[in-house]
Write a protein that binds this ligand. Structure first.
Ligand code: NTF
Length: 810
């Protein structure tokens, strides 16, 4: 750890308050103090950024650019202090000024520039790149409104705007020296030159400006600071003037507003393609700004494009930035005058594509008509890419029209559409999934024909999460205990957690480990009390299901078991072996009716159970509103049980599953996503795997009848009848019938009925096992000790070695 000199810290804070805020330190509010501390930390970060940049430039390092429509960095002050190694010193300095650092940390607004796993993964990867001293940079959009704030009114989700203070955030450095120009709309004019060659010209386009802000990303150890570059849209002044001079003042202003709305708001949908023109423009805006910036940086130190793929790697985080394929070709061919073939070689050698979902409704397709209007030249380029590709397919597999149809970028039949996954695969040298089972499904189920054509392109990179945020910062009790036991090497080498294994036989360590968990549960109980007004017992089992609300994630199945337990107590007078608290958190996409109803159902069930004196000593149910990174940091360390119960084959990886296990929760899960690999590593005796497997579901799907399961299981029948009744919705009779019917009448697409009895049995086993406190603590320690593999450092090393070919520059 580099030693950073903090002797001027106090003085710098005072100067900031005086000369930026115009305040004396004694008049400063908590927010002022937060900004003052952050602005001093930001100065330290800028120094290291410059030093880092010099190091990369001197070495002529190959750089990786991670393009993502979402980044979910979480609060940055505490993370920066920890990664710079100045948290304790800073805390002590503030104490001499009678300031409590923790109060200031809570002043920070979570930058909610993402929906969930995809954006949070991107943030973990930036943390690891910087920690590993690797030249890797994020590229995203500086939304004014991040993901909505969720509040609950009478059990219902309400969405409130999240205007995050991006204009005043201490972490956003305005780079007014860099600007991107993005042409959009217009039409293609074909001309023929003297040799009769066709020369398409994109004319009458309008210009959007991309303004640039950087968030510095500090690696652990304080050696390297990379950046996350965010673009916001700005209507070009020249253009305004032109329309203005034409005399239509109002139109000028309207168009300005329209263009600037491009970076206004994040689409609040996870696992569902948005399909709206504004979203396509956002995707294009991100891609065009990024490509321009990447080429500008490359051309500073290089001439020509021969070296481009040796100096630049670009990773597409899902298909949202897939237009990079066409944009890079356009810039190389139209702007820099390269021939098609060398340009194509450069493009495919530079790009890599990560797939994050198999859900059909999440796979992006765009109508050709929209592309034609918004980016006509790109559409032309996509047609040409496709023409050449189809030729290649016909050569390799003559007379196979089925193949041509399945692999074409353009889907015919009805409205012509562009298949973004096909575009991304054809334009990249690497295609990866995000967990082993998921990568197999990508190859064998999603795009088997591409796999047959290019088996060498496909690979797996199991996701990882950063231990800096998810253990060190989120769980100081556990971090301290681990460091005391094995030193602090684990923070940047998570495999060292293995050294905790022998300590399961050390009764003192076991006791202290259990005490840490209990202390975290007391803290969490307090948060639950404050946010839900429900009192919960820290000695009950804390069973947590926290993630987006989606039918495939099966919060509904969890509720079925809760209702079953309720009925067992109420009607059968069977008392469980230990008290349990069922904790839910998560947002539903605003237009997703069944997900929003599920939130209502959880509240309805909670209301009945928590207010029933016969039942509430044994089970309580809470829904903590507004799940976000900072709430996850508070929830995860307090979990005994982690719910990872998606329908097998649906969850690409999951990353919450890793965070819970690292923090000592035992997983109740299906063999889906990365939970498969967690099970292998922690050992089947240290978690609870249940339910149908991917191949079983595939085999059953055709003939599956959920009613068979209901009719043959009186417990399930009873539960489903109660769900359909008005017990949980006395004030709004009938509202939960829709959820009931989705499984009973509409085929139960996610196999809730088929997995019900295995789930109930598993949950009962959890209760029994929890009563053996010592054994539970041993298994909990083994979860922490054996999940080092799921560090994002490991994942980034794999990406760096196999795909990006980038190296550390310490
Ligand atoms: C998500 N995908 C998956 O649903 C998660 O299983 C996975 O852990 C994360 O990506 C990160 O890899 C998406 O959000 C999207 F957009 F692809 F649907």
């Amino acid at each position: 750890m580099n030693k950073i000199d903090l002797s001027g810290f106090k003085a710098a804070m005072g100067q900031y308050l005086r000369y930026v805020r115009g305040k004396k330190i004694e008049d400063a509010s908590q927010k002022d103090l937060f900004n003052a501390v952050s602005s001093v930390v930001r100065m330290l970060l800028i120094d290291i950024t410059m030093e880092t940049e010099d190091r990369y430039t001197k070495a002529d390092a190959k750089r990786m650019h991670y393009l993502s429509i979402e980044f979910l960095p979480g609060r940055l002050l505490s993370n920066n202090l920890l990664n710079l190694g100045i948290e304790k010193e800073c805390r002590d300095i503030l104490k001499t000024m009678n300031i409590d650092l923790d109060d200031l940390l809570n002043e920070e607004h979570d930058p909610a520039l993402g929906n969930g796993g995809l954006g949070r993964l991107a943030a973990c990867y930036l943390d690891s790149l910087a920690t590993l001293d690797m030249p890797g940079f994020g590229y995203g959009i500086n939304y004014d409104y991040g993901l909505f704030k969720q509040t609950i009114m009478a059990g219902e989700q309400r969405e409130n705007p999240d205007f995050w203070p991006n204009r005043s955030s201490p972490w956003l450095l305005a780079r007014s020296d860099v600007r991107c120009m993005v042409p959009v709309y217009g039409r293609i004019q074909g001309t023929e030159d003297r040799e009769g060659e066709y020369n398409p010209m994109w004319v009458d386009w309008k210009l959007i400006l991309g303004r640039v802000h950087d968030i510095p990303i500090a690696g652990f150890g304080g050696r390297t600071v990379n950046r996350l570059r965010l673009f916001s849209a700005w209507a070009s002044e020249d253009f305004d003037m032109q329309v203005f001079n034409e005399g239509d003042y109002f139109r000028a202003v309207e168009e300005k507003i329209q263009f600037e709305s491009i970076s206004k708001i994040l689409y609040p949908s996870d696992s569902m393609a948005a399909g709206r023109e504004l979203r396509l423009v956002q995707e294009y805006f991100l891609v065009a700004c990024s490509v321009q910036d990447i080429i500008r940086i490359y051309l500073k130190d290089h001439e020509g494009f021969d070296q481009f793929p040796d100096k630049v790697a670009i990773q597409l985080n899902d298909t949202h930035p897939a237009l990079t394929v066409a944009e890079l070709m356009r810039v190389l061919v139209d702007v820099h005058g390269l021939e098609w073939d060398p340009a194509w070689k450069i493009t495919t050698k530079t790009l890599g594509y990560t797939n994050h979902t198999l859900l059909p409704e999440a796979l992006e397709t765009w109508p050709v008509s929209i592309l034609k209007r918004v980016i006509p030249r790109h559409l032309q380029i996509i047609y040409e890419i496709n023409r050449r590709f189809i030729e290649l397919v016909k050569q390799r597999f003559p007379n196979n029209t089925r193949l041509v149809k399945s692999m074409s970028i353009i889907r015919e039949g009805g409205e012509q559409r562009i298949l973004m996954a096909n575009l991304a695969i054809i334009g990249s040298h690497s295609v990866n999934g995000v967990a082993r089972i998921h990568s197999e499904l990508v190859k064998n189920n999603l795009v088997p024909d591409f796999y047959r054509l290019w088996p060498e392109r496909f690979n797996n990179k199991t996701n990882g999460v950063t231990p800096r945020r998810w253990i060190l910062s989120a769980n100081p009790g556990l971090s301290g205990l681990i460091t005391e036991a094995i030193g602090d090497g684990w923070i940047s080498d998570l495999d060292q957690l293995k050294r905790l294994e022998p300590l399961v036989h050390d009764s003192v360590f076991l006791e202290r480990f259990a005490q840490v968990k209990r202390a975290n549960k007391i803290d969490l109980a307090e948060i639950i009390g404050e946010t839900t007004y429900v009192e919960v017992d820290p000695d009950s089992i804390f069973d947590i299901h926290a993630k987006r609300i989606h039918e495939y994630k099966r919060q509904f199945l969890n509720v079925l078991n809760i209702v079953h337990t309720y009925l067992k107590i109420k009607e059968d007078k069977q008392i469980p072996g230990a008290p349990r608290t069922f904790i839910f958190a998560g947002k539903a996409a605003p237009g997703y009716v069944n997900a929003k109803l599920t939130i209502r159902l959880i509240h309805g069930v909670a209301d009945v159970i928590n207010n029933d004196p016969e039942v509430s000593p044994w089970i309580r149910v809470v829904f903590i509103p507004d799940y976000r990174v900072s709430l996850a940091e508070a929830l995860i360390p307090g979990a005994d049980v982690s719910e990872q119960i998606s329908c097998a084959g649906m969850e690409a990886s999951g990353t919450g599953n890793m965070k819970f296990a690292m923090n000592g929760a035992l997983t109740v899960g299906t063999l889906d996503g990365a939970t498969v690999e967690i099970a292998e590593r922690v050992g089947l005796e240290n978690l609870y795997i249940f339910g149908l497997k991917v191949d079983e579901i595939a085999a059953m799907r055709k003939h599956y009848n959920p009613r068979d399961y209901i009719e043959n299981n009186p417990d399930l029948m009873r539960v489903m009848n109660v769900i359909r009744s008005d017990l949980f919705c006395k004030k709004d009779p009938g509202i939960f019938k829709r959820l009931h019917d989705a499984v009973v009448d509409f085929g139960d697409y996610y196999f809730n009925m088929a997995d019900f009895s295995a789930y109930v049995e598993t949950q009962n086993q959890v209760v029994t096992d929890y009563c053996n406190k010592k054994q539970w603590a041993e298994r909990s320690i083994l979860n922490t000790a054996r999940t080092g593999y799921f560090s994002s450092d490991r994942a980034i090393r794999e990406y760096a070695d196999d795909i990006w070919k980038i190296k550390p520059f310490p």
